[in-house]
Design a protein. Structure first.
Length: 138
């Protein structure tokens, strides 16, 4: 088994770290990666597991496990897919969960309104190119 990681930050702290961690563990992101036909079939077949982890309220990493060593080109395919998953909101939408929403403090009393523009949503901040680093073999 080969393990790779790439790191991320959040645009703000989540309100409840345990809820946010449970949300990320509850969805099988491996399924989405394996269904991404933009990735060559041999690379998809090499993927054993991919998972998002929050290490604290504002940062974390994505860990990728494969059954073979991947080249930098193969890792770029995975990176593009990760980028797409993040822009799609990670499953049902990480940024739409209660732990990731804040109402602008200047709008007291409007917490239950439909003023979406006034809700601050915690999003993922990624570098321009996701760089998976080799972590271990074994």
């Amino acid at each position: 088994m080969y393990t790779y990681r790439t790191y991320f930050k959040l645009t703000a702290c989540v309100k409840d770290l345990a809820d946010a961690q449970n949300y990320l563990k509850s969805d099988d992101f491996t399924k989405y990666l394996k269904e991404d036909t933009r990735i060559p079939e041999d690379v998809r077949n090499a993927v054993e597991h991919i998972e998002w982890y929050l290490k604290d309220e504002s940062s974390g990493f994505v860990e990728l496990s494969t059954n073979k060593a991947l080249s930098s080109t193969e890792l770029k395919y995975i990176s593009k897919s990760v980028s797409g998953q993040v822009s799609d909101g990670l499953g049902p939408g990480f940024e739409d969960q209660d732990f990731a929403n804040y109402v602008d403090e200047g709008l007291e009393g409007f917490e239950n309104s439909s003023w979406d523009d006034e809700v601050i949503k915690v999003m993922f901040e990624w570098p321009n190119e996701y760089i998976f680093e080799f972590i271990s073999n074994g």
